[in-house]
Design a protein around this ligand. Structure first.
Ligand code: SF4
Length: 244
């Protein structure tokens, strides 16, 4: 990864991509066309939302063009956020009222939200290379969360990205809605849910009840895992990179 695309780590915060991160040429081209067409939009890598001290990290796929790409906050501005933030409020994982705006005053409680790919891809479909390229930021994000106990992957792509970050083979941990994977070596629990996209809810693949059920199971495990000291979950970046 080109060091010029990385922000300083001197504050102890995870490495974040610059506004003009140039590591994915196709996404840069799309970003530039969106900047020309919609200059008031965020149109840049979308930063994570929530405290680094959180125990739960929610990992989505990538910003939606009229959602997070426009507003600059994950899952904010389009339909996917309605179900996600409504569910977080239901379980006491947020404070305030979600209003599809980054200045709505909403705060997350003990959870943080990020995306496997930080820039909006055309048709919501990042390529495998783009996912692999952006993994360095996700890896650093996870490594910076000292209290991390559970990672919730929204969709199979996010699930596989998390496994790759952790240097684990996908064949050992199959994605399934509602699944929970106990990972080795003190790594955080990996939980799965279908992505809360409009497509998945419109087709009935994911209902509000199914989404809440996945969260209810996570809350149970969070309480259980909170009773033991934080695990060492240093991310084996070199091993993950080698396994491709
Ligand atoms: S997707 Fe990630 S790695 Fe690619 S350009 Fe955006 S921030 Fe950089």
């Amino acid at each position: 990864m080109e060091s010029s695309s990385l922000s300083s780590m001197t504050t102890g915060n995870p490495t974040s991509p610059d506004r003009d991160c140039g590591l994915c040429p196709r996404l840069v081209t799309y970003r530039e066309s969106n900047r020309s067409a919609q200059p008031s939009w965020h149109n840049a890598p979308v930063p994570s939302f929530g405290s680094l001290d959180a125990r739960l990290l929610i990992v989505g796929l990538a910003p939606g063009v009229t959602g997070a790409n426009a507003t600059g906050r994950p899952f904010t501005g389009d339909y996917a956020g309605d179900l996600l933030y409504g569910t977080l409020a239901h379980f006491g994982l947020s404070r305030g009222t979600f209003d599809r705006r980054p200045d709505d005053g909403l705060e997350l409680v003990n959870c943080r939200i990020t995306n496997a790919v930080r820039c909006v891809p055309p048709q919501n479909k990042p390529t495998g290379v783009e996912i692999s390229t952006c993994l360095a930021f996700l890896r650093d994000e996870m490594d910076a969360m000292a209290n991390l106990r559970v990672v919730l992957a929204l969709g199979a792509i996010a699930h596989n990205a998390v496994l790759k970050c952790l240097g684990l083979k996908q064949s050992g941990y199959k994605f399934a809605h509602g699944a929970q994977h106990d990972l080795p070596d003190g790594l955080p629990l990996l939980a799965d849910s279908y992505h809360c996209s409009r497509y998945n809810t419109n087709t009935g693949r994911l209902t509000t009840e199914m989404f809440r059920s996945a969260f209810a199971q996570i809350i149970d495990r969070l309480d259980e895992l909170a009773r033991v000291p934080p695990a060492r979950h240093g991310i084996p970046g070199d091993r993950a990179a080698m396994e491709g």
